[in-house]
Design a protein around this ligand. Structure first.
Ligand SMILES: Nc1ncnc2c1ncn2[C@@H]1O[C@H](COP(=O)(O)OP(=O)(O)OP(=O)(O)O)[C@@H](O)[C@H]1O
Length: 451
């Protein structure tokens, strides 16, 4: 049967792109055939989920055709640790351990990880439709650093898992390639170090440090926007690493084009590779994250409480975790089990606060924050392009998310006529039909405002 599997692989290789084949098929270990079942093993849950969703039927079909008999594919997570190799796809960490994540020793296998938080791994990341693409891209980079997507640019709203994902890339690379130097920095830390290096005349040291890395992970890059010297230095670091085929991963709360004050030359470089977004998680993903976090923190979380939290509160995962910790702390301090009534009581104030009706001012504030402009500019009549789009989006969302009439919305936008509001809404509706990017931004703002 080994021969049949080899042939299946050959056909898969012809059918899939080299990247997809390397990322998802190469990690599969053929574990034999039992009756009508083809047994396959994979290194981790992420590969397993992805294969189940995308490739099981094609593998089944090819194998059955070659065997001239119908076969079913059964995949499980391998119990033997994967081989370490630079070229081989991941490689992710060993099978899930029963030990809570927080108590695990750092994953660092050499002194080559800089600032990497060892608790953020792919194993601890819950996959859902909102983050599937970004996670697949992150795994592809972790499997083949500097070959597939370089740079990888991950963007998404606050607390949606960007830091977790970017760090997971670093940890996975380091685990499989302990000789590689992997460095995680927030752009703020990068800037602070730059300032210190300039002040103490240590620029050579600063440059050598970053340019000697094999993998550079820069989190929250939007903070360097508008900071001329930092952008300049980052630009040269980026070029030096890119030219010597080193992997760069960058995260941001916005799409490169939408980061105000970001230099054009940096923006274009961020668009050289792959741009992947993380959206707000849906109810099922929130539920799965809560269950995983509860287990990791030793909190007994009944199903109904998990659903209650996933259904009724935020889509910001960090915020969700906070609520969970709050409930866990209450349960522990009062020595009572977590129940639905108790959770409702503990989170009462937060829920009331969240449920209160949204105001136009809140919408203006959120949109202004997203575009990095002032609320006053949203309300103004200035006709600069950078202000017109956010203003029209805020008008559109005000109509969608509040019960105000067109004239009432107009009043709240600096006394504009109702026809201006109608025109703006129509324009946004039309543009949304054609512009995927705009649709994504508006949907994510909507989610952020309504959770
Ligand atoms: N899909 C997920 N599975 C498991 N945990 C997640 C997931 N998404 C987010 N988290 C958790 O939510 C918390 C916040 O995530 P993280 O810090 O990565 O968000 P972020 O997008 O970088 O936020 P910010 O915009 O503030 O930088 C972390 O504890 C992270 O582990």
């Amino acid at each position: 049967m080994n021969g049949l599997w080899e042939k299946t692989l050959e056909q898969l290789e012809q059918t899939l792109t080299p990247q997809h084949f390397a990322t998802w098929i190469t990690p599969i270990k053929f574990a034999g055939v039992e009756e009508d079942k083809v047994l396959l093993e994979v290194p981790n849950r992420f590969v397993l989920d992805w294969l189940r969703d995308h490739y099981v039927s094609i593998i089944q079909e090819i194998f059955s055709k070659l065997a001239s008999n119908p076969y079913r594919v059964v995949i499980k997570v391998s119990t033997t640790p994967p081989k370490k190799s630079v070229d081989k796809p991941v490689s992710s960490p060993a099978p899930p351990s029963p030990t809570p994540a927080a108590a695990q020793p750092p994953v660092r296998t050499a002194n080559n990880g800089f600032n990497l938080n060892s608790k953020y791994t792919f194993e601890e990341f819950v996959l859902g439709s909102s983050n599937q693409f970004a996670c697949a891209a992150a795994m592809a980079v972790a499997n083949n650093p500097a070959t597939t997507y370089n740079p990888l640019f991950i963007y998404g709203g606050v607390g949606l898992g960007k830091t977790h994902l970017v760090t997971a890339i670093g940890n996975a690379i380091l685990k499989n390639n302990p000789e590689m130097k992997v460095c995680y920095y927030t752009s703020e830390k990068f800037m602070n170090e730059l300032i210190n290096s300039l002040r103490y005349a240590k620029m050579d040291e600063f440059r050598n440090k970053f340019r000697s890395m094999d993998v550079l992970l820069i989190d929250d890059v939007q903070f360097i926007a508008g900071k001329e010297r930092t952008q300049e230095e980052f630009f040269h670091t980026f070029n030096a690493l890119y030219d010597s085929h080193k992997q760069i991963v960058v995260t941001s709360d916005k799409f490169p084009k939408e980061i105000p004050g970001l230099e054009e030359r940096l923006r274009s470089r961020f668009e050289w590779g792959l741009i992947a977004d993380i959206q707000a998680p849906d109810m099922e993903t929130k539920h799965a994250i809560l269950k995983m976090k509860a287990e990791a923190n030793g909190i007994g979380l009944p199903e109904e409480v998990a659903y209650f939290l996933a259904n009724s509160i935020s889509s910001n995962v960090r915020e969700l975790e906070g609520y969970l910790v709050r409930i866990g702390a209450y349960a522990s301090l009062t020595a009572t089990p977590v129940t639905l009534e108790m959770a409702q009581e503990v989170l009462k104030d937060i829920l009331i606060e969240k449920k209160r009706e949204l105001s136009v001012e809140e919408i203006q504030k959120r949109v202004a924050h997203h575009y990095g402009i002032k609320v006053a500019d949203i309300k103004s009549s200035k006709r600069m392009k950078a202000l017109v789009l956010p203003r029209q989006i805020a008008m559109y969302l005000s109509r969608q998310l509040t019960s105000f009439s067109y004239p009432e919305i107009g009043d709240r936008f600096g006394g504009k006529d109702h026809s201006t509001i109608i025109h703006a809404i129509k324009k946004i509706e039309k543009n949304m039909e054609e512009d995927f990017q705009l649709r994504t931004v508006i949907n994510s703002l909507k989610k952020e405002l309504t959770v």
